[in-house]
Design a protein around this ligand. Structure first.
Ligand code: NDP
Length: 252
């Protein structure tokens, strides 16, 4: 039997990059995975690929910056798949630039997704994780937050992104302690530079600099981060991997 046979996982931001790789990987561990994101065509493509490989996947088209939609997305998964054992809060956006030359609208977009969207999904999901931990053969449930090296190291040009990811690390640690007794493991993954579409949302010189940085080293692949997440959620219940910092080999 595979480690996650019978388990249901939700991965936010699963239409591309780290989220799509994580969805693929968790299905290969036996989980049924609900993929949450906005782009219907991209979600359908990942779901089809998983199904061709014999996995079980379900697309939930949702903009999680809308509080009602975030809550409905979790309800839809419960309705459709019956339970929730693993939540991977992965959806995120990185809009870089010097603080005083960045628009407040860009700050708001990052806070709306990286902070508020994540909180709405988490609030809706935690009661179901608690009941899954109490009823499943695994006797544990998992909540994994995808932070960043930017959650540990601040640099010029990423102040608000740093704000969202440092905050996520603090939130994760507090929630970890709160949910210990409920057998819900709460973990944070901090990837370094990963070759995904994340930098494609940046334009002008900031975008060029970000892409140059990704191309200047052999970056991590989305699958490398999916591996780390799979490691965390497939441990025996006696083991809790609280935090994983995974940099590219050549990254300072
Ligand atoms: P991608 O841009 O490929 O993935 C971002 C995902 O978030 C997409 O699936 C996107 O889907 C989804 N998303 C964006 N807005 C919303 C929304 N409003 N509601 C629901 N889903 C949304 O980048 P990555 O895979 O790199 O990023 C994933 C996470 O990894 C982020 O949290 C990022 O901060 C973190 N990270 C990335 C690193 C990197 O170097 N790439 C390094 C460290 C951390 P859609 O547009 O279809 O909604």
């Amino acid at each position: 039997m595979k480690a996650l046979t019978g388990a249901v996982a939700v991965v936010t931001g699963a239409s591309s990059g780290i989220g799509a790789a994580t969805a693929r990987r968790l299905t290969s561990e036996g989980a049924a995975v609900a993929l949450v994101a906005r782009r219907r065509d991209r979600l359908a493509g990942v779901v089809a690929e998983i199904e061709v490989n014999g996995g079980s996947a379900y697309a939930v088209e949702a903009d999680i910056t809308e509080p009602d939609r975030a809550e409905e997305a979790v309800a839809e998964v419960l309705d459709r798949l019956g339970r929730l054992d693993v939540l991977v809060n992965n959806a995120g956006i990185m809009l870089l630039g010097p603080a005083l030359h960045t628009t407040v609208a860009e700050w708001d977009r990052m806070v709306a997704l990286n902070v508020a969207g994540l909180l709405h999904v988490t609030h809706a999901a935690v009661p179901h994780l608690i009941s899954a931990a109490a009823t499943s053969g695994r006797e544990v449930a998992d909540l994994v937050n995808v932070s960043s090296t930017a959650g540990r190291v601040a640099r010029p040009g990423s102040s608000v992104y740093n704000f969202t990811k440092f905050g996520l690390n603090g939130f994760t640690e507090s929630l970890r302690q709160e949910l210990l007794a409920e057998h819900v493991r709460v973990s944070v993954i901090e990837p370094g530079t990963v070759d995904t579409e994340l930098a494609d949302h940046l334009t002008g010189p900031v975008g060029e600099a970000a892409r140059k940085q990704v191309n200047s080293i052999e970056a991590l692949r989305a699958d490398d981060v999916a591996d780390a997440i799979a490691y965390v959620v497939t441990r025996d219940r006696r083991v809790a991997v609280n935090e994983m910092l995974v940099r590219a080999g050549e990254q300072t």
